[in-house]
Design a protein around this ligand. Structure first.
Ligand code: CMC
Length: 435
Protein backbone atom coordinates (compact mmCIF):
# COMPACT_ATOMS: atom_id res chain seq x y z
CA UNK A 1 0.00 0.00 0.00
CA UNK A 2 1.48 3.35 -0.95
CA UNK A 3 0.04 6.70 0.06
CA UNK A 4 1.14 10.28 -0.09
CA UNK A 5 1.72 13.05 2.40
CA UNK A 6 1.69 16.73 1.34
CA UNK A 7 4.00 19.29 2.89
CA UNK A 8 3.61 23.02 2.26
CA UNK A 9 6.89 24.91 2.55
CA UNK A 10 5.88 28.36 3.88
CA UNK A 11 9.34 29.70 3.02
CA UNK A 12 8.95 29.13 -0.73
CA UNK A 13 5.24 28.44 -1.20
CA UNK A 14 6.18 25.07 -2.76
CA UNK A 15 4.10 21.99 -2.11
CA UNK A 16 5.89 18.63 -1.79
CA UNK A 17 4.35 15.18 -2.14
CA UNK A 18 6.07 12.46 -0.08
CA UNK A 19 5.38 8.74 -0.48
CA UNK A 20 4.31 6.89 2.66
CA UNK A 21 5.03 3.22 3.26
CA UNK A 22 3.39 1.04 5.88
CA UNK A 23 4.46 -1.81 8.17
CA UNK A 24 2.53 -5.10 8.14
CA UNK A 25 0.91 -4.78 11.58
CA UNK A 26 -2.02 -2.38 12.20
CA UNK A 27 0.03 -0.54 14.81
CA UNK A 28 3.35 -0.67 12.96
CA UNK A 29 3.04 2.96 11.80
CA UNK A 30 3.82 4.58 8.46
CA UNK A 31 7.03 6.19 7.27
CA UNK A 32 8.29 8.68 4.76
CA UNK A 33 11.78 8.41 3.32
CA UNK A 34 14.06 10.87 5.15
CA UNK A 35 16.00 11.26 1.90
CA UNK A 36 12.89 12.67 0.20
CA UNK A 37 12.99 15.57 2.69
CA UNK A 38 16.26 16.70 1.12
CA UNK A 39 14.20 17.86 -1.88
CA UNK A 40 12.56 20.47 0.38
CA UNK A 41 14.94 23.41 0.06
CA UNK A 42 14.88 27.17 -0.38
CA UNK A 43 17.54 27.27 -3.14
CA UNK A 44 19.88 24.96 -5.05
CA UNK A 45 22.59 25.75 -2.49
CA UNK A 46 20.38 24.82 0.46
CA UNK A 47 21.25 21.35 1.86
CA UNK A 48 17.57 20.55 2.39
CA UNK A 49 15.53 19.41 5.38
CA UNK A 50 17.06 16.89 7.81
CA UNK A 51 15.27 14.83 10.45
CA UNK A 52 16.70 15.79 13.87
CA UNK A 53 16.09 12.85 16.20
CA UNK A 54 18.54 12.47 19.12
CA UNK A 55 18.22 9.00 20.64
CA UNK A 56 16.28 7.89 17.52
CA UNK A 57 12.94 8.48 19.25
CA UNK A 58 10.98 8.24 16.00
CA UNK A 59 13.31 7.09 13.25
CA UNK A 60 12.94 3.83 11.38
CA UNK A 61 16.48 2.68 10.52
CA UNK A 62 15.54 -0.47 8.60
CA UNK A 63 12.75 -2.75 7.48
CA UNK A 64 12.60 -5.82 9.71
CA UNK A 65 10.33 -8.85 9.96
CA UNK A 66 11.85 -10.34 13.13
CA UNK A 67 10.19 -8.77 16.17
CA UNK A 68 7.14 -6.58 16.67
CA UNK A 69 6.44 -4.51 19.79
CA UNK A 70 3.25 -2.59 20.47
CA UNK A 71 4.36 -0.48 23.42
CA UNK A 72 0.91 0.89 24.24
CA UNK A 73 -0.73 -2.55 24.30
CA UNK A 74 2.23 -4.39 25.92
CA UNK A 75 2.56 -6.82 22.99
CA UNK A 76 5.82 -8.54 22.00
CA UNK A 77 5.89 -10.93 19.03
CA UNK A 78 8.85 -12.92 17.68
CA UNK A 79 8.14 -13.68 14.02
CA UNK A 80 4.44 -13.22 14.84
CA UNK A 81 4.34 -15.53 17.88
CA UNK A 82 3.40 -13.95 21.26
CA UNK A 83 6.24 -14.00 23.78
CA UNK A 84 3.94 -15.56 26.40
CA UNK A 85 3.40 -18.66 24.21
CA UNK A 86 7.05 -19.01 23.29
CA UNK A 87 8.12 -18.68 26.93
CA UNK A 88 5.70 -21.39 28.06
CA UNK A 89 5.94 -23.82 25.12
CA UNK A 90 9.36 -23.48 23.44
CA UNK A 91 13.01 -23.92 24.30
CA UNK A 92 15.64 -21.22 23.81
CA UNK A 93 17.28 -23.08 20.93
CA UNK A 94 13.90 -23.41 19.16
CA UNK A 95 13.33 -19.68 19.61
CA UNK A 96 16.84 -18.89 18.34
CA UNK A 97 16.06 -20.95 15.22
CA UNK A 98 12.73 -19.14 14.83
CA UNK A 99 14.36 -15.71 15.06
CA UNK A 100 17.07 -16.64 12.57
CA UNK A 101 15.02 -18.61 10.06
CA UNK A 102 11.58 -17.04 10.36
CA UNK A 103 9.73 -20.30 11.19
CA UNK A 104 9.68 -22.70 14.13
CA UNK A 105 11.78 -25.79 13.31
CA UNK A 106 10.14 -29.16 12.67
CA UNK A 107 11.53 -32.15 14.57
CA UNK A 108 14.35 -33.02 12.19
CA UNK A 109 15.32 -29.36 11.68
CA UNK A 110 15.49 -28.94 15.45
CA UNK A 111 17.63 -32.10 15.80
CA UNK A 112 20.12 -30.87 13.21
CA UNK A 113 20.16 -27.35 14.68
CA UNK A 114 20.69 -28.64 18.24
CA UNK A 115 23.50 -30.96 17.09
CA UNK A 116 25.13 -28.12 15.12
CA UNK A 117 25.11 -25.81 18.14
CA UNK A 118 26.23 -28.53 20.54
CA UNK A 119 29.18 -29.40 18.28
CA UNK A 120 30.55 -25.87 18.61
CA UNK A 121 30.43 -25.35 22.39
CA UNK A 122 34.17 -25.87 22.97
CA UNK A 123 36.67 -23.01 22.78
CA UNK A 124 40.15 -23.02 21.34
CA UNK A 125 42.45 -23.73 24.32
CA UNK A 126 44.44 -20.55 23.57
CA UNK A 127 41.46 -18.50 24.74
CA UNK A 128 42.40 -19.54 28.28
CA UNK A 129 45.79 -17.84 27.89
CA UNK A 130 44.03 -14.74 26.65
CA UNK A 131 41.78 -14.75 29.72
CA UNK A 132 44.86 -15.09 31.94
CA UNK A 133 45.80 -11.52 31.05
CA UNK A 134 42.87 -10.04 32.95
CA UNK A 135 43.14 -8.68 36.50
CA UNK A 136 41.89 -11.04 39.21
CA UNK A 137 38.75 -8.92 39.81
CA UNK A 138 37.88 -8.17 36.16
CA UNK A 139 34.15 -7.70 35.51
CA UNK A 140 32.93 -10.69 33.45
CA UNK A 141 31.16 -8.33 31.04
CA UNK A 142 34.49 -6.62 30.24
CA UNK A 143 36.08 -10.03 29.75
CA UNK A 144 33.20 -11.13 27.51
CA UNK A 145 33.39 -8.03 25.27
CA UNK A 146 37.12 -8.59 24.70
CA UNK A 147 36.98 -12.38 24.39
CA UNK A 148 34.20 -12.17 21.80
CA UNK A 149 36.28 -9.78 19.71
CA UNK A 150 39.28 -12.11 20.05
CA UNK A 151 37.27 -14.95 18.45
CA UNK A 152 37.47 -12.97 15.24
CA UNK A 153 41.20 -13.73 15.13
CA UNK A 154 40.57 -17.48 15.49
CA UNK A 155 38.13 -17.53 12.56
CA UNK A 156 39.60 -15.14 9.96
CA UNK A 157 37.35 -16.55 7.20
CA UNK A 158 34.40 -14.97 9.01
CA UNK A 159 35.47 -11.66 7.51
CA UNK A 160 33.97 -12.89 4.27
CA UNK A 161 30.53 -11.60 5.24
CA UNK A 162 29.24 -11.90 1.66
CA UNK A 163 29.40 -15.72 1.85
CA UNK A 164 26.11 -17.15 3.13
CA UNK A 165 27.60 -20.48 4.29
CA UNK A 166 30.43 -18.78 6.19
CA UNK A 167 27.90 -16.47 7.83
CA UNK A 168 25.75 -19.45 8.89
CA UNK A 169 28.81 -21.14 10.44
CA UNK A 170 29.76 -17.97 12.34
CA UNK A 171 26.21 -17.70 13.65
CA UNK A 172 26.23 -21.29 14.92
CA UNK A 173 29.65 -20.80 16.50
CA UNK A 174 28.65 -17.61 18.28
CA UNK A 175 25.42 -19.02 19.72
CA UNK A 176 27.31 -22.15 20.84
CA UNK A 177 30.40 -20.48 22.28
CA UNK A 178 29.02 -17.47 24.10
CA UNK A 179 27.80 -19.52 27.12
CA UNK A 180 31.24 -21.14 27.35
CA UNK A 181 33.02 -17.78 27.17
CA UNK A 182 30.60 -16.32 29.70
CA UNK A 183 31.05 -19.18 32.16
CA UNK A 184 34.84 -19.10 31.71
CA UNK A 185 34.78 -15.32 32.40
CA UNK A 186 32.91 -15.99 35.64
CA UNK A 187 35.16 -18.84 36.78
CA UNK A 188 38.23 -16.77 36.01
CA UNK A 189 36.89 -13.82 38.01
CA UNK A 190 36.39 -16.02 41.09
CA UNK A 191 39.57 -18.05 40.63
CA UNK A 192 37.87 -21.37 39.94
CA UNK A 193 39.17 -23.87 37.35
CA UNK A 194 37.24 -23.83 34.10
CA UNK A 195 34.42 -26.37 33.73
CA UNK A 196 34.22 -27.70 30.16
CA UNK A 197 30.94 -28.02 28.23
CA UNK A 198 28.86 -31.16 28.75
CA UNK A 199 27.24 -31.83 25.39
CA UNK A 200 24.74 -34.31 26.88
CA UNK A 201 22.98 -31.43 28.59
CA UNK A 202 20.55 -28.87 27.19
CA UNK A 203 21.78 -25.39 26.21
CA UNK A 204 20.70 -23.96 29.58
CA UNK A 205 21.61 -27.07 31.59
CA UNK A 206 25.11 -27.00 30.12
CA UNK A 207 25.52 -23.34 31.07
CA UNK A 208 24.61 -24.15 34.69
CA UNK A 209 27.11 -27.03 34.49
CA UNK A 210 29.92 -24.73 33.31
CA UNK A 211 29.06 -22.19 36.03
CA UNK A 212 28.59 -24.46 39.01
CA UNK A 213 30.23 -27.87 38.51
CA UNK A 214 32.64 -28.55 41.36
CA UNK A 215 34.15 -32.00 42.04
CA UNK A 216 31.29 -34.14 40.73
CA UNK A 217 32.02 -36.08 37.53
CA UNK A 218 28.53 -35.41 36.15
CA UNK A 219 26.61 -32.23 36.93
CA UNK A 220 22.83 -32.63 37.07
CA UNK A 221 21.06 -29.29 36.81
CA UNK A 222 17.90 -28.74 38.85
CA UNK A 223 15.11 -29.07 36.24
CA UNK A 224 13.17 -26.04 37.57
CA UNK A 225 16.24 -23.82 37.47
CA UNK A 226 17.24 -25.18 34.05
CA UNK A 227 13.77 -24.35 32.69
CA UNK A 228 13.83 -20.95 34.40
CA UNK A 229 17.12 -20.05 32.78
CA UNK A 230 15.78 -21.17 29.40
CA UNK A 231 12.73 -18.92 29.81
CA UNK A 232 14.96 -15.99 30.78
CA UNK A 233 17.04 -16.52 27.64
CA UNK A 234 13.85 -16.61 25.53
CA UNK A 235 12.60 -13.35 27.06
CA UNK A 236 15.91 -11.66 26.36
CA UNK A 237 16.41 -13.11 22.87
CA UNK A 238 15.25 -10.11 20.86
CA UNK A 239 13.71 -6.68 21.23
CA UNK A 240 13.90 -5.12 17.77
CA UNK A 241 16.03 -1.97 17.32
CA UNK A 242 17.32 -1.42 20.88
CA UNK A 243 20.70 0.14 21.70
CA UNK A 244 22.79 -3.05 21.41
CA UNK A 245 21.01 -4.33 18.29
CA UNK A 246 21.48 -0.92 16.68
CA UNK A 247 25.19 -1.20 17.57
CA UNK A 248 25.25 -4.65 15.93
CA UNK A 249 23.69 -3.28 12.77
CA UNK A 250 25.81 -0.11 12.73
CA UNK A 251 29.12 -1.96 13.16
CA UNK A 252 28.04 -4.81 10.87
CA UNK A 253 27.04 -2.31 8.16
CA UNK A 254 30.74 -1.56 7.59
CA UNK A 255 31.18 -5.29 6.65
CA UNK A 256 32.95 -5.95 9.96
CA UNK A 257 32.92 -9.66 10.89
CA UNK A 258 30.18 -10.99 13.21
CA UNK A 259 32.53 -11.63 16.16
CA UNK A 260 33.63 -8.01 16.51
CA UNK A 261 30.07 -6.88 15.74
CA UNK A 262 28.63 -9.05 18.54
CA UNK A 263 31.40 -7.73 20.79
CA UNK A 264 30.27 -4.15 19.98
CA UNK A 265 26.64 -5.10 20.64
CA UNK A 266 27.68 -6.62 23.99
CA UNK A 267 29.45 -3.36 24.87
CA UNK A 268 26.19 -1.51 24.10
CA UNK A 269 24.36 -3.87 26.41
CA UNK A 270 26.84 -3.34 29.27
CA UNK A 271 25.54 0.15 30.17
CA UNK A 272 23.22 0.53 33.20
CA UNK A 273 20.45 2.05 31.07
CA UNK A 274 20.31 -1.14 28.98
CA UNK A 275 21.46 -4.64 29.98
CA UNK A 276 23.34 -3.41 33.03
CA UNK A 277 20.05 -2.36 34.66
CA UNK A 278 19.28 -5.74 36.28
CA UNK A 279 22.58 -5.51 38.18
CA UNK A 280 21.55 -2.06 39.44
CA UNK A 281 18.07 -3.27 40.41
CA UNK A 282 19.58 -5.68 42.86
CA UNK A 283 21.91 -3.04 44.27
CA UNK A 284 18.88 -0.77 44.65
CA UNK A 285 16.77 -3.41 46.43
CA UNK A 286 19.67 -4.18 48.78
CA UNK A 287 20.13 -0.48 49.47
CA UNK A 288 16.42 -0.10 50.30
CA UNK A 289 16.96 -3.05 52.64
CA UNK A 290 13.44 -3.33 54.03
CA UNK A 291 9.86 -2.64 52.96
CA UNK A 292 9.64 0.19 55.55
CA UNK A 293 12.20 2.28 53.64
CA UNK A 294 10.35 2.23 50.31
CA UNK A 295 8.41 5.48 50.84
CA UNK A 296 11.55 7.50 51.56
CA UNK A 297 13.36 5.92 48.58
CA UNK A 298 10.50 6.76 46.19
CA UNK A 299 10.54 10.38 47.42
CA UNK A 300 14.22 10.65 46.48
CA UNK A 301 13.45 9.26 43.02
CA UNK A 302 10.72 11.87 42.60
CA UNK A 303 13.14 14.61 43.70
CA UNK A 304 15.33 13.52 40.78
CA UNK A 305 18.20 12.24 42.98
CA UNK A 306 18.30 8.96 41.04
CA UNK A 307 16.08 6.73 38.90
CA UNK A 308 14.09 3.72 39.96
CA UNK A 309 16.11 1.00 38.25
CA UNK A 310 14.10 -1.61 36.34
CA UNK A 311 11.35 0.95 35.71
CA UNK A 312 10.46 2.73 32.49
CA UNK A 313 10.99 1.82 28.88
CA UNK A 314 11.40 3.73 25.66
CA UNK A 315 8.75 1.64 23.92
CA UNK A 316 6.46 0.07 26.57
CA UNK A 317 4.09 2.68 27.96
CA UNK A 318 1.56 0.38 29.62
CA UNK A 319 3.39 -2.72 30.78
CA UNK A 320 6.33 -4.84 29.70
CA UNK A 321 4.94 -8.34 28.93
CA UNK A 322 8.31 -9.86 29.85
CA UNK A 323 8.11 -8.37 33.36
CA UNK A 324 4.68 -10.01 33.86
CA UNK A 325 6.05 -13.45 32.90
CA UNK A 326 9.05 -12.95 35.19
CA UNK A 327 6.95 -11.90 38.19
CA UNK A 328 5.13 -15.26 38.01
CA UNK A 329 8.36 -17.12 37.33
CA UNK A 330 9.95 -15.52 40.40
CA UNK A 331 7.26 -17.02 42.62
CA UNK A 332 7.93 -20.51 41.11
CA UNK A 333 11.70 -20.20 41.57
CA UNK A 334 11.33 -19.10 45.17
CA UNK A 335 9.32 -22.25 45.87
CA UNK A 336 12.50 -24.21 45.03
CA UNK A 337 15.14 -21.89 46.44
CA UNK A 338 13.29 -20.44 49.45
CA UNK A 339 11.86 -16.93 49.67
CA UNK A 340 14.17 -13.95 49.61
CA UNK A 341 13.22 -10.64 51.25
CA UNK A 342 14.28 -8.77 48.12
CA UNK A 343 11.24 -10.20 46.31
CA UNK A 344 8.94 -8.74 48.98
CA UNK A 345 10.66 -5.36 48.62
CA UNK A 346 10.34 -5.54 44.82
CA UNK A 347 6.63 -6.44 44.90
CA UNK A 348 5.88 -3.63 47.36
CA UNK A 349 8.04 -1.14 45.47
CA UNK A 350 6.08 -1.97 42.32
CA UNK A 351 2.76 -1.46 44.19
CA UNK A 352 3.82 1.89 45.59
CA UNK A 353 5.19 3.16 42.28
CA UNK A 354 2.21 2.03 40.23
CA UNK A 355 -0.08 4.02 42.52
CA UNK A 356 2.04 7.14 42.56
CA UNK A 357 1.18 10.05 40.27
CA UNK A 358 4.83 10.65 39.32
CA UNK A 359 5.12 7.19 37.75
CA UNK A 360 1.54 7.02 36.43
CA UNK A 361 1.87 10.37 34.59
CA UNK A 362 5.13 9.36 32.98
CA UNK A 363 3.85 5.88 32.15
CA UNK A 364 6.66 4.18 34.04
CA UNK A 365 6.17 0.45 34.65
CA UNK A 366 8.47 -2.41 35.68
CA UNK A 367 10.58 -3.60 32.76
CA UNK A 368 12.24 -6.96 32.10
CA UNK A 369 15.14 -6.13 34.39
CA UNK A 370 13.00 -5.48 37.46
CA UNK A 371 12.42 -9.16 38.29
CA UNK A 372 15.17 -10.90 36.30
CA UNK A 373 17.91 -9.92 38.76
CA UNK A 374 16.01 -11.29 41.75
CA UNK A 375 15.51 -14.60 39.94
CA UNK A 376 19.17 -14.83 38.92
CA UNK A 377 20.23 -14.14 42.49
CA UNK A 378 17.91 -16.84 43.85
CA UNK A 379 19.50 -19.25 41.33
CA UNK A 380 22.91 -18.50 42.82
CA UNK A 381 24.14 -16.45 39.87
CA UNK A 382 26.40 -13.59 40.98
CA UNK A 383 25.29 -10.02 40.27
CA UNK A 384 28.10 -9.23 37.77
CA UNK A 385 26.87 -12.12 35.62
CA UNK A 386 23.37 -10.65 35.13
CA UNK A 387 24.22 -8.56 32.04
CA UNK A 388 26.31 -11.49 30.78
CA UNK A 389 23.21 -13.70 30.83
CA UNK A 390 21.30 -11.00 29.00
CA UNK A 391 24.06 -11.07 26.34
CA UNK A 392 23.83 -14.86 25.98
CA UNK A 393 20.09 -14.66 25.28
CA UNK A 394 20.34 -11.61 23.02
CA UNK A 395 23.07 -13.13 20.82
CA UNK A 396 20.49 -14.98 18.68
CA UNK A 397 18.56 -11.71 18.25
CA UNK A 398 21.68 -9.72 17.31
CA UNK A 399 22.66 -12.35 14.76
CA UNK A 400 19.14 -12.52 13.30
CA UNK A 401 19.27 -8.77 12.71
CA UNK A 402 22.76 -9.03 11.27
CA UNK A 403 21.70 -11.79 8.84
CA UNK A 404 18.56 -9.87 7.89
CA UNK A 405 20.67 -6.77 7.30
CA UNK A 406 23.17 -8.69 5.13
CA UNK A 407 20.31 -9.82 2.87
CA UNK A 408 18.66 -6.38 2.74
CA UNK A 409 18.93 -4.72 -0.69
CA UNK A 410 18.64 -1.34 1.12
CA UNK A 411 21.82 -2.04 3.18
CA UNK A 412 24.15 0.99 3.34
CA UNK A 413 26.90 1.74 5.83
CA UNK A 414 25.31 3.43 8.88
CA UNK A 415 26.25 7.07 8.75
CA UNK A 416 23.89 9.54 10.44
CA UNK A 417 23.87 13.27 9.71
CA UNK A 418 24.12 16.06 12.28
CA UNK A 419 22.86 19.59 12.88
CA UNK A 420 26.13 21.49 12.93
CA UNK A 421 26.01 24.16 15.68
CA UNK A 422 29.68 25.20 15.78
CA UNK A 423 31.56 28.21 14.34
CA UNK A 424 31.26 29.16 10.71
CA UNK A 425 34.61 29.22 8.86
CA UNK A 426 37.14 31.47 10.67
CA UNK A 427 40.81 32.47 10.50
CA UNK A 428 43.51 30.41 12.25
CA UNK A 429 44.79 32.02 15.50
CA UNK A 430 48.54 32.07 16.18
CA UNK A 431 49.45 30.85 19.69
CA UNK A 432 50.26 34.29 21.13
CA UNK A 433 46.88 35.64 19.97
CA UNK A 434 44.88 32.95 21.77
CA UNK A 435 43.14 33.67 25.08
N1 CMC B 1 12.82 6.39 37.41
C1 CMC B 1 12.36 7.65 37.60
N2 CMC B 1 12.01 8.46 36.60
C2 CMC B 1 12.15 7.99 35.36
C3 CMC B 1 12.61 6.68 35.09
C4 CMC B 1 12.94 5.88 36.18
N3 CMC B 1 13.38 4.63 35.99
N4 CMC B 1 12.63 6.47 33.76
C5 CMC B 1 12.21 7.62 33.20
N5 CMC B 1 11.90 8.52 34.16
C6 CMC B 1 11.34 9.87 33.97
C7 CMC B 1 12.40 10.82 33.44
O1 CMC B 1 13.07 11.47 34.50
C8 CMC B 1 11.55 11.75 32.61
O2 CMC B 1 10.87 12.63 33.50
P1 CMC B 1 10.66 14.19 33.10
O3 CMC B 1 9.73 14.13 31.93
O4 CMC B 1 10.10 14.82 34.32
O5 CMC B 1 12.02 14.69 32.73
C9 CMC B 1 10.49 10.85 32.01
O6 CMC B 1 10.36 9.76 32.94
C10 CMC B 1 10.86 10.29 30.64
O7 CMC B 1 12.15 9.67 30.73
P2 CMC B 1 13.20 9.55 29.55
O8 CMC B 1 14.57 9.46 30.12
O9 CMC B 1 12.92 10.64 28.56
O10 CMC B 1 12.77 8.19 28.90
P3 CMC B 1 13.63 7.35 27.84
O11 CMC B 1 12.67 6.67 26.96
O12 CMC B 1 14.69 8.19 27.22
O13 CMC B 1 14.42 6.29 28.76
C11 CMC B 1 14.92 4.32 29.97
C12 CMC B 1 14.05 4.95 28.88
C13 CMC B 1 14.69 2.81 30.03
C14 CMC B 1 16.42 4.57 29.64
C15 CMC B 1 14.56 5.00 31.34
O14 CMC B 1 13.20 4.74 31.66
C16 CMC B 1 15.47 4.54 32.47
O15 CMC B 1 16.54 5.15 32.66
N6 CMC B 1 15.07 3.48 33.24
C17 CMC B 1 15.92 2.95 34.28
C18 CMC B 1 16.97 2.01 33.68
C19 CMC B 1 16.37 0.69 33.23
O16 CMC B 1 15.61 0.06 33.96
N7 CMC B 1 16.76 0.24 32.03
C20 CMC B 1 16.33 -1.06 31.48
C21 CMC B 1 15.50 -0.91 30.25
S1 CMC B 1 14.65 -2.42 29.82
C22 CMC B 1 15.89 -3.50 29.35
C23 CMC B 1 16.48 -3.15 28.05
O17 CMC B 1 15.76 -3.30 27.03
O18 CMC B 1 17.62 -2.75 28.01
Amino acid sequence: MADRLSINDNRTGNKHELTLSYGTHVNAGSAISAKDLREIKTSDQDFGVLVHDPGFMNTSACKSSITFIDGEAGILLYRGYPIEELASKSTYLEVAYLLLHGELPNESQLDIWTTDITNHTFLNEKIKKFLDGFRYDAHPMGILVSALASLSTFYPKSRNVQDEEIRARSIRRLIAKIPTLAAFAYRYSVGLPYAYPDNDLSYSGNFLNMMFRATETKYNPDPVLEKTLDVLLILHADHEQNCSTSAMRAVGSSDADPYVSVSAATAGLYGPLHGGANERVLEMLSEIGTVKNIGAYIEKVKQGEFRLMGFGHRVYKNFDPRAKILKNLAEQVFEVTGRNELLDIAVELENVALNDDYFVKRKLYPNVDFYSGIIYQAMGIPVEMFPVLFAIGRTSGWLSHWEEMRRDPELRIARPRQMYTGYPKRDYLKIDARQ
